[in-house]
Design a binder for this molecule. Structure first.
Ligand code: 5U1
Length: 691
């Protein structure tokens, strides 16, 4: 994942870098959206996720012409996922503004009073803010008829059937109820239920949830109602949506009605006669927090008088009459046993702290992310250290600092590995990035499945009948160790035909699709290798520049030498540049990548690419000679640029020469050009000609 803290300033990005980063951000954000909303298994903290979105918007603001069709800005993070039908909330479910201290709370009160033009104190209802999942329940004549998640605030998922399985969602309201009413509240899981559920999940080899919030969301958003029914979900009701008639004059009275109708209302809720009572309440709940059976991340303060609430209304997506006063993150100290390096599916090496298990705000934590090499160095985190651990309402616990007084005497600084722990390939860290990556993309077990899925994907080899699930299955069988193994699958056709979901015909078709792809264009082949930053357009540039597989391979091997002509040539291909050149040479620096590359190439006929030739270039088809010392270009750069525009570059001047570019201290070639009447130009004139 992009590290937004150390990423280059948006103002310094070139257009090509911006386009590339937007593509990466779109993929990263979509991945994290799916992890959070669909899988309920977030991989990064909310703050890191927000930073990714902010960076995406900043780049789009600077390069509006680069905004992608799949731009994350066009999607709301909590957008509705497939699987459940959508339900539109009659009154939008808005979010709350936050206050992070007494001063910000006082500013909120002052704003509300200014708006209302009043000076007398405000009466509030204070309720602990549960870290769960907001839902909207609709009742007609007292009977529960529909229930939806918050979704994007306007439209949520219809989880009626699942909500019906919860004891704390009354099916029939007790006593008198309006013809229609929407009741809002928070579905949550207690800390104890969360721990028991995770234990059961672990024993069954099923998914482990990151925290009670995700466990609650994952349990409510089950397509199989029986699974939801088996999960211990609770609900506190706390707000109203649309109502066919008024049911109370104050929020406090409304909470009493909710209780009378049969809802659970948080028993810690309190009516505060004066806004100045809020700080004491905040401190009181803060002290109780870690002992509560459920996670809270603050207290919600709502102006009690509903007529004042109506007058205050909303600003943007949040009410002017309520605010969430957040608590600081919960902390604990523990001992760091080990720093383990995880290899992600894209080859990113991520350090993870293995901890002496410790209770942080009621949840047992045994692992924390260390983000990257720089983070470890900056905090000087060492194995054996006592560390301060923090769990915000967030996802992954973090190490805040080291308790230096408790550092063992023999401790040594952590040395980040230079090789991948999964495959032993060398690990590299491109300039300007914080993430170290394994270079053994084609051989690394941690990355192989992902690489193979890319290899057979529609824009690469496009092998029909070989999707991600099948690749994973065949990999699990031990049939796939490298891309070349894809082409050996037809040898297993008979066995494949006997597998569940397969038959003779589909196995035959798979063999045919594979055979049909044994001939491939050079650009698709280069793209299929999945080398970092070599997307479709860069693969095309490379293919058109180098023409054949053999030439590309030889040139890449030679380009590993920094300062070589081949390296300068590679870096000077318009659209490639030194960063991408380095990704390529890193790939070719790993001997096992080359062996794997050759192994798959041996299975294929790789078609040559049409050499780059720009029809409208003024030098296309011309023979050009460079002589003398060029000031703004190296000789290989000048040659590569001319060739990429379709010119032929030669060393000697003859009648066939069309242009001689004369640099400083040019000698005999310039004289010969004059004798033969060949057109000469200065370096500046050449640059102007070729743009
Ligand atoms: N306890 C509580 N949590 N909570 C969350 N009350 C409450 N109210 C909310 C939200 C989003 O919103 C209303 C103020 C509309």
């Amino acid at each position: 994942m992009l590290d937004t803290k150390s990423a280059p300033d948006v103002d310094t990005l070139t257009e090509a870098e911006a386009a590339e980063e937007l593509a990466r951000l779109a993929a990263d954000i979509a991945h994290h959206d799916a992890a959070y909303h669909t899988l309920d298994a977030p991989e990064i903290s909310d703050a890191d996720y927000d930073a990714l979105r902010r960076r995406n918007s900043a780049i789009e603001a600077r390069f509006p012409e680069l905004i992608r069709a799949d731009s994350p800005s066009a999607r709301v993070g909590g957008a509705v996922e497939s699987g459940f039908s959508k339900l539109r909330h009659r009154v939008p479910m808005l979010s709350l503004d936050n206050a992070f201290g007494a001063e910000e709370f006082a500013e909120f009160c002052a704003r509300a009073k200014r708006f209302l033009g009043r000076t007398e104190p405000l009466v509030f209802v204070a309720e602990p803010k549960i870290d769960g999942l907001s839902i909207n329940l609709s009742y007609e004549h007292g009977r529960f008829v529909r229930g939806a998640t918050r979704g994007d605030g306007t439209e949520g998922e219809d989880v009626t059937a699942n909500l019906r399985t919860m004891k704390s969602v009354p099916d029939q309201l007790i006593g008198e109820a309006p013809a229609f009413i929407e009741v809002r509240g928070e579905v949550f899981m207690t800390k104890a239920d969360f721990l028991t559920l995770n234990q059961t999940q672990a024993e069954a080899g099923s998914k482990i949830f990151a925290n009670p919030r995700n466990a609650a969301a994952g349990s409510l958003r089950q397509l199989d109602t029986r699974i939801t029914a088996s999960r211990p979900l609770s609900l506190f009701a706390y707000a109203q949506g649309e109502s066919s008639e008024p049911v109370a004059a104050t929020h406090w009275d409304y909470l009493q009605r909710l209780t009378a109708w049969g809802f659970d209302v948080n028993p810690l809720s309190r009516r505060l006669e004066n806004e100045t009572d809020a700080e004491a309440f905040q401190n009181e709940i803060g002290l109780e927090r870690s002992g509560l059976g459920y996670d809270i991340d603050g207290v919600v303060y709502k102006i009690d008088d509903l007529s004042l609430q109506r007058r205050l209304g909303f600003v943007g997506r949040a009410p002017r009459w309520a605010i969430a006063w957040k608590f600081p993150a919960e902390q604990a100290t523990t001992v760091l046993r080990e720093i383990r390096i995880q290899v992600g599916r894209t080859g990113a090496l991520t350090p993870v702290a293995e901890l002496e298990p410790v209770n942080v705000g009621g949840v047992l934590v045994a692992r924390a992310t260390l983000h990257n090499e720089d983070e470890i160095a900056r905090k000087d985190i060492r194995v054996g250290d006592t560390v301060v651990l923090q769990r915000a309402g967030d996802v992954i616990p973090q190490i805040v600092s080291v308790v230096l007084e408790r550092r063992p005497e023999d401790s040594t600084a952590f040395v980040f590995p230079a090789v991948c722990p999964a495959c032993g390939s060398h690990a590299v860290r491109p300039p300007g990035e914080v993430v170290k990556r394994c270079t053994g993309g084609l051989i690394c077990s941690a990355q192989l499945v992902e690489r193979l899925i890319h290899f057979v994907s529609r824009t690469a080899f496009d092998i029909d009948g070989l999707g991600g699930k099948t690749i994973q299955e065949f990999y699990n069988e031990g049939w796939l160790h490298s891309p070349a193994d894809i082409f050996k699958l037809p040898e297993r056709e008979e066995v494949i035909a006997t597998r569940e979901g397969w038959g003779k015909l589909s196995a035959r078709n798979l063999s045919r699709s594979i055979a049909a792809r044994r001939t491939i264009s050079l650009e698709r082949f280069i793209y299929a290798l999945g080398i970092r930053r070599i997307g479709e357009s860069n693969a095309k540039l490379l293919a058109r520049h180098y023409g054949s597989f053999a030439n590309w391979r030889a040139q890449m091997l030679a380009a590993r030498q920094i300062g070589s002509d081949e390296r300068s040539e590679l870096g000077s291909i318009s659209g490639i540049g030194p960063t991408i050149a380095e990704e390529l040479t890193d790939f070719f620096d790993e001997p096992r990548n080359i062996a794997t590359l050759d192994e798959v190439a041996a299975e294929l006929t790789i078609q040559d690419a049409a050499r780059a030739e720009s029809a409208d270039s003024p030098v296309a088809g011309k023979t050009v000679v460079f002589t003398g010392t060029l000031e703004t270009l190296t000789r290989p750069e000048a040659k590569a640029r001319a060739e990429s525009l379709g010119a032929k570059v030669t060393d000697s001047v003859s009648k066939k020469t069309d242009i001689v570019v004369v640099g400083a201290d040019a000698g005999s070639k310039a004289r010969k050009a004059a004798e033969l009447g060949v057109r000469t130009m200065t370096e500046a004139e050449w640059r102007e000609l070729v743009g």
